[in-house]
Design a protein around this ligand. Structure first.
Ligand code: HEC
Ligand code: HEC
Length: 299
C-alpha cells in the first residue's frame, strides 16, 4: 500500500520510474550503431582542437550497452516484484511494515524464556528484581520516555511517575490498566456557565488549597463556586478522585500550571490529556514488566 494519502503521488512516481527506464531504452535504441558487427570506418565529428585533437564519432561500446540494457531489465524486475508503481503491490507482496512485524515477532519469541521467569511472580516482587528492573527501564526508555522523560519524572502535562502521586491510582493493577488500555483525562470546559471573573475567584481558592499565595477576599466567593461546580469530581476537599482521573488539587503538583491565568484557562476551556493505550503495541509480558518498573519507582 502506498503511504501517501492521495493516490496521485503513487502514479506520479510510477510514471517517472517507468518513463525513466523507457527513456534509457529509447536512447540506447537511437545509438544502435554497435549492432552492426564491424564498424570499419569511424567517421569523425569534424571537431578539431589545438590543431591535431580530432573528436571521433565512435559507436557506444557493446559491453557498455549490454550492461546498461541489463540494468534496465533489473529495474523493471524490481518494479514487478516490489511495490513501486501506483497502488500495484508487487508480486512478492512485500511491505516494510510486514518486515518489521516479522522481526518483532521473531524477537518476542526469542525473549519469551526471559519473561517466563517473571510471569508467575507477583508484580511487587518483579519490581525488586535487579534484572527485571533493567529490562523495565530499557522498555521505558524506548516506549515511554519521549513523554514521561528518561527519569520518568514527567514535565508539563505529562505526569511524573516517580512521585507517589497518582491520577489513576498507584496499585499495580491500576498501573497495569493505565498502560494497557490508556487513559483519557478530561476536565470539562465551564466557559458557558462560569464567567471569567468568577473563574478567577475559583482559581484563587484552588491556589489556596496548595498553600500558594492567594487573595483571602476572593477565596471566599471562589470556594462557593468550587463547591457548586467542582466537588463532583475533585471532591469536597479538592483531593481528587482516581476513578475519574481528577487530580488532587491540594498537593501543589500541576499538569497544566498553577498560575491564576492557567487555572482560569483550565476552568473556562477545559483540558484533555491522553495516555495512549499500549495494548497491541507492546506484549502483555512487556506491559507487566513496565508496570513493575513504574510501581517500583515510588515503592
Ligand atoms: C504520547 C505521550 C505518552 C506516552 C508515549 C506514554 N504516556 Fe503515559 N501518560 C501520558 C499522559 C498525557 C498521561 C496523563 C493522562 C491524563 O492526564 O489523564 C499519562 C499517564 C500515565 C500514567 C498514569 C499516571 C497517574 O498519575 O496515574 C502512567 C502509569 C503512565 N502514563 C505510564 C506510561 C508508560 C509505562 C508508558 C510507556 C509504555 C507511557 N506512559 C507512555 C502520555 C504518554
Ligand atoms: C467531570 C469531572 C470534573 C469536574 C466537574 C471538574 N474537573 Fe477539574 N479536572 C478533571 C479532570 C479529569 C482533570 C485532569 C485533566 C488531565 O488529565 O489533564 C481536571 C483537571 C483540573 C485542573 C488541572 C490540575 C493540574 O494539575 O494542572 C484544575 C486546576 C481543575 N481541574 C480545576 C477544576 C475546577 C476549578 C472545577 C470546577 C469549576 C473543576 N476542575 C471541575 C475533572 C473535572
Amino acid at each position: 500500500m502506498s503511504d501517501f494519502v492521495s493516490s496521485f503521488w503513487g502514479y506520479f512516481i510510477g510514471v517517472i520510474a517507468l518513463g525513466g527506464i523507457g527513456f534509457c531504452v529509447w536512447l540506447l535504441f537511437t545509438q544502435r550503431a554497435w549492432l552492426k558487427h564491424d564498424v570499419k570506418v569511424v567517421s569523425d565529428t569534424g571537431h578539431v582542437w589545438d590543431g591535431d585533437l580530432t573528436e571521433y564519432n565512435n559507436p557506444l561500446p557493446r559491453w557498455w550497452t549490454v550492461m546498461y540494457l541489463g540494468l534496465c531489465g533489473i529495474a523493471l524486475a524490481v518494479l514487478f516484484l516490489y511495490p513501486g508503481v501506483g497502488s500495484y503491490k508487487g508480486s512478492l507482496g512485500y511491505t516494510s511494515a510486514n518486515e518489521v512485524k516479522a522481526e518483532q515477532m521473531a524477537l518476542n519469541e526469542r525473549v519469551k524464556p526471559i519473561f517466563e521467569r517473571y510471569s508467575q511472580m507477583p508484580i511487587q516482587e518483579v519490581a525488586h528484581d535487579a534484572d527485571a528492573r533493567e529490562i523495565g527501564q530499557r522498555l521505558f526508555l524506548n516506549n515511554c520516555a519521549q513523554c514521561h522523560g528518561s527519569d520518568a519524572r514527567g514535565s508539563g502535562a505529562f505526569p511524573n511517575l516517580a512521585d507517589g502521586d497518582w491520577l489513576y491510582g498507584g496499585d499495580p493493577e491500576q498501573i497495569l490498566q493505565t498502560i494497557t488500555k490508556g487513559r483519557h483525562g478530561m476536565m470539562p470546559p465551564w466557559g458557558s456557565q462560569i464567567k471569567p471573573a468568577e473563574a478567577a475567584d475559583i482559581a484563587q481558592y484552588v491556589r489556596s488549597l496548595s498553600g500558594l499565595a492567594s487573595d483571602p477576599l476572593r477565596v471566599v466567593p471562589g470556594k462557593r463556586g468550587f463547591d457548586t461546580f467542582c466537588v463532583a469530581c475533585h471532591g469536597a476537599e479538592g483531593k481528587g478522585n482516581t476513578a475519574l482521573g481528577a487530580p488532587n488539587l491540594t498537593d501543589n503538583i500541576w499538569l497544566h500550571g498553577s498560575s491564576e491565568a492557567s487555572i482560569v484557562q483550565t476552568i473556562l476551556n477545559g483540558r484533555q490529556n491522553i495516555m495512549p493505550a499500549q495494548e497491541g503495541i507492546l506484549t502483555e509480558d512487556q506491559i507487566r514488566m513496565l508496570t513493575a518498573w513504574v510501581w517500583g519507582l515510588s515503592n
